[in-house]
Design a protein around this ligand. Structure first.
Ligand code: ATP
Ligand code: MG
Ligand code: MG
Length: 406
């Protein structure tokens, strides 16, 4: 279909590669982890070419992308070189060199989402300042530079207190909880000390964590996916249920907060908005990811347009697809790594072995070169005619895991 569906002006960049597929734009992705891998899977359906920049030779996306440039997405010269090879530059991780992206943008490189978005989001404190300026409801927060400041935050917000690293946080690494004032010193040290750049958040005593995947096209169309519930294990997303079991009113409130948060950021693509639902029905923003997200994996099997296809459509300038669910219920289960060695693989294999026999279950294995404790190794999405059925299927998938004497 050549470029017939192309709604953006054809780019002169990246055209050295033969034109075919739904877009002639070569999409460059900074990062080649599991999100990059699933972007490549979606790209193959549309025959869109995706190239990856990742330092790891055997990163999860390496075998599925059109080309893998081995190098750091945090190195200015490397990112610059990579940008020459693509028509549009996007990310699967926010911890990239935002300054370089800002400079490249000034020289005409098409970054989606915009470098300004990456800069705001990669610093969680800056992110909080940004969203509070846009009147998005958040847990109270405060920048701290020494123990006295942390104690003042404790006096103001009460305990427990959440201490967070401003930068390079993921999977809860970068968060520490102080249950009382005496814990502050150890919690701060566990995060590498105040020099690392820390801030403090008031504890959000949530009843549920919710997430909304939001897509914005290049024409500024914004579409939201159904609100999901995320269940974390030791700060890591473990189970996602779609749709979330909350009232229509909460669905609407969560969607409105997510829509408003994303509207305050620039650029096209998928955004994930992580939220806390409090006992009195308040919805507070936790953080935003400017890319496809773990809480949207289920969309591959449960929605008409997966978040990965949607991200590609958005960044190349195709119309956005239908975000609604094509199945009544879905659960996504993350396979998290155990300690290195055979035990972790044995446990994963047991779950996968059972999943292979469960109706509506789809298995994703990321092919990471080694297993580490709490590392996201793969996931399984189960779809079905009702949440009750899907929950029962999840239970049977995990049954032996719990009886194995873990
Ligand atoms: P991600 O992998 O989502 O990027 P992260 O390292 O950026 O994780 P956060 O999203 O800040 O970490 O926090 C991880 C989890 O810790 C949250 O999903 C939530 O369960 C808990 N948490 C974070 N902030 C607070 C808070 N202020 N009060 C209570 N719990 C919190
Ligand atoms: Mg985060
Ligand atoms: Mg988070």
């Amino acid at each position: 279909c050549k470029a017939s569906l192309e709604v953006q002006e054809p780019s002169h960049r990246g055209t050295e590669i033969e034109v075919h597929g739904l877009s002639q734009k070569v999409v460059g992705v900074l990062g080649g982890g599991q999100l990059g891998r699933m972007l490549c899977e979606a790209a193959s359906l549309l025959a869109i070419k995706v190239i990856i920049l990742d330092p790891m030779e055997n990163c999860p996306a390496s075998t599925l992308c059109h080309h893998h440039m081995i190098g750091s997405y945090d190195d200015s010269a490397t990112v610059e070189e990579f940008a020459k090879r693509c028509a549009v530059l996007t990310v699967e991780i926010e911890h990239v060199d935002a300054e370089t992206l800002e400079r490249l943008e000034k020289h005409g490189v098409d970054c989606q989402p915009k470098a300004s978005t990456i800069r705001i989001i990669q610093d969680k404190y800056l992110q909080k300042v940004h969203f509070s300026r846009h009147a998005i409801p958040l847990p109270k927060f405060m920048e701290v530079g020494d123990l006295e400041g942390a104690k003042r935050a404790g006096d103001l917000f009460g305990y427990p207190l959440m201490i967070k690293s401003k930068r390079l946080a993921y999977d809860g690494r970068g968060n520490a909880v102080a249950k009382r004032e005496e814990d502050l010193y150890l919690a701060v040290n566990a995060l590498g000390g105040f020099d690392r750049g820390l801030y403090i958040e008031k504890w959000a005593s949530f009843v549920k964590e919710l997430s909304v995947i939001v897509a914005r096209g290049r024409d500024n169309t914004v579409l939201c996916y159904p609100v999901v519930e995320t269940i974390h294990r030791e700060n890591i997303c473990h189970i996602v249920k779609s749709p979330a079991n909350v009232s229509w009113k909460i669905m609407k409130l969560a969607t409105d907060v997510a829509y408003k948060a994303v509207s305050s950021l620039e650029g096209a693509g998928i955004f994930a908005v992580e939220l806390f639902l409090t006992a009195d029905g308040e919805v507070l923003l936790n953080e935003v990811a400017p890319r496809p997200h773990n809480s949207g994996h289920h969309t591959i099997e449960s929605c008409f347009t997966s978040q990965y296809e949607q991200h590609l459509r958005a960044v190349v300038g195709l119309p956005l697809g239908d975000t609604s669910m094509k199945t009544p219920a879905a659960i996504m289960y993350n396979i998290l790594g155990e300690d290195e060695g055979d035990r972790g693989f044995d446990l994963a294999n047991q779950i996968i072995g059972r999943a292979l026999r469960i109706p509506g279950a789809s298995i994703h294995w990321y092919d990471k070169p080694e297993m580490r404790k709490q590392r996201k190794m793969g996931h399984i999405t189960i779809v079905g005619p009702s949440m009750g059925t899907v929950e029962a299927r999840l239970k049977s998938m995990l049954a032996e895991e719990t009886t194995d004497g873990e």
